[in-house]
Design a protein around this ligand. Sequence first.
Ligand code: NAD
Ligand code: TYD
Length: 336
Amino acid sequence: MRLLVTGGAGFIGSAFVRMALRGVDDVQLCNLDALTYAGNLENLHPVAAGTRYRFERADIADAAAVDRVFASFQPDAVVHFAAESHVDRSILSPEPVVRTNLNGTFTLLEAARRYKTQRFVHVSTDEVYGSIDEPHEADEGYPLKASSPYSASKAGSDLLALSYYATYKMNVSVTRASNNYGPYQFPEKLIPLMIANALEGKSLPVYGDGMQIRDWLYVEDHCRAIRAVLEKGRAGEVYNIGGSRALPNIEVVKRILAATGRPESLIRYVTDRPGHDRRYALTSEKIGRETGWKPEVEFEEGLEETVRWYRDNADWIANVRSGAYREFYEKNYAGR
Ligand code: NAD
Ligand code: TYD
């Protein structure tokens, strides 16, 4: 199979590329990535030298560049991860979010239509369902109610992807996963930010009262789910992918402090995020029933592994925390 992965230099995309190339499968893989602040070729170091892998630096919203990649690689299938993926950044500057997540997805769908690509998996998020009151859980038919420019752009791109099935009968499936964590995650999201700050003895900024609930999914469980949908998912269908544990943020933060041996006095409650969704909750019954997938990594085990990885990879953290990272950190946290 000739597999085109977009965003393969990011957190989840690189885990997927490493997994796909580790297998015995006869996969030729092309990674199309613009290498934004979140893209890092170091994440692919373990597999990049292989003959089954190639890298194309391109912007998914650049139709001519995308066309060139499709023309030369002729993919059988696309797994589309590339996105501006951070809610706080989408609040501070929504323009790149709309451009990449909406225009970029459109550009890829058009290329896949032109080149008659046989399969297209669009990777999305449970955030498109918005905040969900106890005791409810979103299934795939739950109404979309996005709160941030990020989640709105993902909801829009989901609908666009599904319209290519309804209109052009393209073989498109959409996945909606809960919050991921694991090695190689950019230290802007909750878990890697808190681990990195704790390891350095810096304060841990908790938004609002810290009682917002997220359902944590280990990144390798997510990648196995995407592979299951790629192979067994049905055209025109959405698949939720939930984690093994729903926890309030403050509980996650306290566990990180315990795992890093730091005191709870490092916790700093700061001004809440605007439009902050209180609770995400979803059911993954459908993907389990149709593909046999279920999450395998318990949160305790995944968190321990993640803390160990960040402890052992201080250079990786130092490299990604460049001047641009410090600027963002200052902008996002200074006024809180
Ligand atoms: P990430 O921010 O770590 O990586 C995004 C990657 O996309 C980077 O390599 C970046 O260089 C690339 N990219 C960004 N804009 C691009 C453009 N215009 N053209 C080409 N490449 C571009 O993101 P992630 O956390 O790995 O998320 C991957 C996907 O999974 C996203 O679509 C996201 O919405 C979805 N998702 C993420 C989570 C999560 O918890 N992180 C949960 C559910 C779904
Ligand atoms: P995040 O990792 O940004 O993912 P998302 O907003 O996509 O769920 O945030 C996870 C939760 O952690 C969310 O409720 C916001 C909260 N949070 C903090 O309390 N402090 C922080 O510094 C960050 C980045 C997030």
